[in-house]
Design a protein around this ligand. Structure first.
Ligand code: 5GP
Ligand code: ZN
Length: 112
């Protein structure tokens, strides 16, 4: 989508602080980190929300990539959190599917 922020990153029109990239997935540091590690893992394909995610293989790639990045960031043993905000009440602000990977501090539960 031409006016989507994360699609612009996929196309290289905006250059994020990239942590990982392959043919289907891009991961980069969040601009407003909520934890010492706060990485966004996105599909390169524009999918607006979790509601529109029907590709099970891609869903698996995104989730397993989170776990691999968490391991590379040294978070696997102590723990971390993955979050997908969906639509208004879920707190979604950017309408291109993304998984938040948060770690490096004790995270609270329940979330706000
Ligand atoms: P949401 O609220 O949609 O689940 O999360 C959107 C996330 O995108 C937020 O954590 C926000 O800080 C992050 N974000 C918004 N704009 C930018 C940007 O221009 N660059 C980066 N790296 N992250 C952004
Ligand atoms: Zn997009």
């Amino acid at each position: 989508m031409s006016d989507c922020l994360f699609c612009k990153m996929v196309r290289g029109e905006i250059v994020p602080d990239i942590v990982y990239e392959d043919a289907n997935v891009l991961a980069f540091n969040d601009i407003n980190p909520q934890a010492p590690v706060h990485i966004l893992v996105i599909p390169k394909q524009h999918i607006a929300t979790l509601n529109a995610l029907s590709d099970k293989a891609l869903a698996g790639e995104l989730l397993t990539r989170c776990a691999l990045i968490a391991d590379q960031q040294g978070l696997a043993e102590n723990g971390y959190r993955t979050v997908i905000n969906c639509n208004d009440q879920g707190g979604q602000e950017v309408y291109h599917l993304h998984l938040h990977l948060l770690g490096g501090r004790q995270l609270c539960w329940p979330p706000g």
